[in-house]
Ligand binder design. Structure first.
Ligand SMILES: NC(=O)C1=CN([C@@H]2O[C@H](COP(=O)(O)OP(=O)(O)OC[C@H]3O[C@@H](n4cnc5c(N)ncnc54)[C@H](OP(=O)(O)O)[C@@H]3O)[C@@H](O)[C@H]2O)C=CC1
Ligand SMILES: Nc1nc(=O)c2c([nH]1)NC[C@@H]1CN(c3ccc(C(=O)N[C@@H](CCC(=O)O)C(=O)O)cc3)C=[N+]21
Length: 298
């Protein structure tokens, strides 16, 4: 059997198109959603992501402003920028690209963002709202994974066994929360998990978010399972190539023979992350301006 491919690139393009139509409607009412992306340092991968966030936000009709700061930026300067963005009525969403260089403290920085503008969903208020089912902003990658799961399996995921591998604040923990909210039976695995292969074999939904290239082997996967591969790992370049290949946490060629459906890397979860960021920015803009989110045909 060969798994169905879950086309995150197409799903993200469709979502961005819907968002662009809604942005056009709110713009007619005088509200142009504004996103500020803050990048501290010169990490090449982060630079690529920040550029693509900027470009896609503009393509959706938003105002997008990137703030690029040197790696040695003092924390006080970064906090000052965040305070100005919090106070700027043209900015509805603020994202500080992670990880931030040492000695900057991630928690202090995220905690300084106005929760209503925290389009990454990482501020403690939004994390708390996710946990108690309130009206916060949801983290982008987990929301994107949920959308792909529902596109694949239908709206009702009740009772399915889900395994999330990874327990980071950015991905593993919020993913587990969203799956619980969707009535799945959820297990969270991590580096101390005893028999990971065995845990995987029980999962109807498998979500590896580890950062270990091709760690999840084909024979770890329950036949017919849905695999959402969050890992983004850049391999060393082949001779004569400038850049190494991007691979996920799953040994794709093996997994595709066993799984029922699987996301590729690239072209799976990654593009959904950015589309969800734009979605959060539009949500934040509508809430800030007291507008209902315009309905558009799906
Ligand atoms: N597609 C996208 O848009 C995004 C992709 N990513 C990618 O997802 C991956 C995870 O990101 P992130 O959550 O930020 O990473 P972190 O490094 O913060 O977390 C990794 C998690 O994996 C666990 N882990 C590490 N090694 C193993 C192992 N051998 N077996 C089981 N668990 C293990 C760690 O366990 P422990 O807690 O015990 O240390 C930790 O919980 C990365 O490849 C990242 O690039 C991330 C965000 C967005
Ligand atoms: N505050 C913060 N929020 C984040 O959401 C955040 C972050 N920091 N730090 C880093 C991770 C990583 N991340 C990705 C986003 C898009 C792709 C993406 O679009 N990937 C393309 C390929 C890109 C390529 O070819 O390099 C794909 O999978 O098809 C990947 C990874 C967001 N992150």
């Amino acid at each position: 059997m060969t798994a169905r491919l879950i086309d995150g690139k197409a799903a993200a393009a469709a979502l961005r198109q819907r968002i662009a139509a809604q942005v056009a409607r709110v713009s007619d009412l005088g509200v142009v959603p504004g996103l500020a992306v803050v990048l501290v340092g010169e990490d090449p991968a982060s630079q690529v992501y920040v550029r693509s966030k900027e470009r896609l936000a503009r393509e959706a009709g938003m105002v997008s402003i990137a703030h690029r700061l040197p790696p040695t930026t003092p924390e006080a300067d970064l906090l000052d920028l965040i305070r100005r963005l919090n106070a700027d009525p043209a900015i509805h969403g603020i994202l500080v690209q992670l990880p931030v260089p040492k000695p900057l403290d991630e928690r202090t920085i995220i905690g300084a963002i106005d929760p209503a503008k925290d389009v990454d969903g990482l501020h403690p208020v939004n994390v708390g709202n996710l946990s108690i089912g309130g009206e916060g902003l949801l983290p982008c990658t987990p929301s994107g994974c949920m959308m792909l799961l529902r596109d694949t399996l239908g709206a009702d995921l009740s009772g399915l066994r889900a395994l999330v591998i990874g327990r980071s604040n950015l991905m593993g923990k919020p993913m587990a929360q969203l799956l619980v909210r969707a009535h799945c039976t959820v297990t969270v695995a991590h580096s101390r998990t005893r028999d990971l292969a065995d845990e995987c074999r029980r999962a109807d939904i498998l979500v590896p978010a580890v950062g270990q290239p091709r760690m999840v082997r084909g024979d770890w996967i329950k036949p017919g399972a849905t695999v959402i591969d969050v890992g983004m790992n850049r391999l060393a370049p082949e001779p004569g190539q400038e850049k190494g290949r991007l691979v996920g946490d799953v040994a794709f060629e093996e997994a595709v023979e066993v799984a029922g459906a699987i996301t590729p890397v690239p072209g799976g979860v990654g593009p959904m992350t950015i589309a969800c960021l734009l979605d959060n920015t539009l949500t934040a803009a509508c809430r800030a301006e007291g507008l209902a989110r315009p309905a558009v045909a799906a």
